[in-house]
Design a protein around this ligand. Structure first.
Ligand code: CU
Length: 462
């Protein structure tokens, strides 16, 4: 049970052996976990960003079905260090907070003498996810997909590359959209984009709102490693450190050359490791502001006896999450230079009305897998032909961002990247983990209405 806005809510949880949410592994420790399902429902938990064999990935393939209530499933693999998380990949349990941090310390962190602070963000609604989804589609998922397919079959304007232009039908009718004058990272200089499909009742930071935030005790002048996880199902944030200066040193668990700022965009499912050196004594709110909205959540770092004053739950509206940080990121350990064996475009399609989202014109589960061969260098061009940003996540691999809107970068190595409305991101990865792997939008409601496909290795016997 959780109390939100003074009202009780029944939620799921993922609790570790110490009774706290999630799992924290020491450097070098193996991921040897028994997942005991006491949820009252079938479930399956995905170790987001980790690189286990595909049968331990926690994705509901026919070969790896959900775990029955009351059953225990064992996992055993060598984890990679960094800030990760876990969430149900069954139905829409993720929205009901079946999510938790998965932190794997590195040997280097043992010596850095920093206090670790984990900040996990959520969007919360008293409605069931099924009610939320029905409100979005206005009908069933299948009917929305059928309607969307029909619209796609109608002759559409094509651009020079022969790619259909986005269907603007229904966009103008949507309320929470935002003009983007001077948008520089992607697409036309001025257009309407869609934000925040779902109207939430609250935004949570470590399961609490700013009405009663977590106060983390820190030392005067303390040195902090803040691990931020966006575990929200359908919301993106700007992390706001206020007057504190932060340095991003890892994205999705992987080291980047430090980028200093006090405001960082954070797409769904992404993580940031931020080093903060406190200037002295006091109380320091660490806020996450909803993109395109005025609502915020957060925690407070406070030295002993420092008075903590109330932080309002709304503030000046934050802009849409963008790629301003992404464009500055450089991997500490980039992919070894090599030419691609496969270059594949994936078109992100769909819209708000009918509410259905697609990859290459296909709606999960009716998709044709993209076939890979072990050892290949793969480059994927993510082409967003919609008016919404999509955080695209690849299972079982890490990729490097190698171009943003056609501009080559030696970008971050990560597992989830945001593709802006009408924007384009190219990623590269090595096919080194044979199996069946999902690639999908991490907006839960986009995923369940079709925005998911499969990468499948040749020569695997199913
Ligand atoms: Cu999406």
């Amino acid at each position: 049970m959780l109390e939100v806005n003074g009202r009780p809510a029944k939620i799921f949880g993922l609790t570790g052996p110490d009774g706290r949410p999630g799992i924290h592994l020491a450097a070098g420790e193996r991921f040897r976990v028994d997942l005991a399902n006491e949820s009252g429902a079938r479930t399956l938990v995905h170790w987001h960003g980790q690189l286990p064999p595909w049968t331990q990935d926690g994705f509901p393939w026919p070969q790896t079905p959900p775990i029955a209530n009351g059953a225990v499933q064992a996992y055993d693999y060598a984890p990679i260090p960094g800030t990760y998380w876990m969430h149900s990949h069954h139905d829409m349990q993720e929205q009901s907070l079946m999510t938790a941090p998965l932190i794997v310390s590195s040997a280097a962190e043992l010596h850095e003498d920093r206090q670790e602070v984990v900040l996990m963000l959520h969007d919360f609604t008293f409605r069931t996810p099924e009610e939320v989804l029905a409100g979005l589609t206005g009908t069933s998922v299948a009917a929305a997909q059928a309607m969307a397919r029909k619209t796609e079959e109608a002759p559409a304007d094509k651009d020079d590359a022969g790619i259909p232009k986005p269907r603007i039908v229904g966009m103008a009718a949507r309320a929470p959209s935002m003009a983007m004058p001077g948008m520089t990272m992607s697409g036309p200089s001025s257009m309407q984009m869609d934000l925040n499909d779902v109207e939430y009742d609250a935004f949570l930071a470590n399961d609490r709102t700013l009405a009663d935030p977590e106060i983390v005790r820190v030392e005067r002048g303390g040195r902090i490693r803040l691990r931020v996880i966006n575990g929200a199902s359908s919301s993106q944030f700007w992390l706001d450190l206020g007057d504190l200066a932060g340095r991003v040193v890892a994205t999705d668990g992987h080291l980047v050359h430090p980028v200093a700022s006090n405001r960082f965009p954070l797409a769904m499912a992404q993580r940031l490791d931020i080093l903060i050196d406190l200037p002295g004594a006091g109380a320091f709110p660490i806020l996450a502001r909803l993109e395109g909205g005025s609502r915020q959540t957060g925690i407070v770092l406070a030295t002993a006896d420092a008075p903590v004053s109330r932080v309002a739950e709304s503030a000046e509206a934050a802009p849409p999450a963008d790629l301003s940080l992404e464009a500055r990121l450089m991997a500490v350990e980039p992919l070894p230079p090599r030419s691609a064996d496969i270059v594949q475009a994936i078109v992100l399609g769909g819209g708000m009305k009918p509410y259905a989202w697609s990859l290459n014109g296909e709606y999960w589960p009716q998709v044709s897998p993209l076939m890979l061969t072990k050892g290949q260098r793969v480059e994927i061009d993510l082409l967003n032909r919609t008016m919404m940003a999509h955080p695209i996540h690849l299972h079982g691999h890490v990729f490097q961002v190698i171009a943003i809107d056609g501009r080559p970068v030696q970008g971050a190595v990560r597992d989830t990247v945001l593709v802006m409305p009408m924007g384009r991101v190219r990623i590269a990865f090595d096919a080194d983990n044979p199996g069946r792997w999902a690639l999908h939008c991490h907006n839960l409601y986009h995923m369940v209405t079709g925005m998911m496909t499969e990468f499948r290795y040749q020569g695997i016997d199913f």
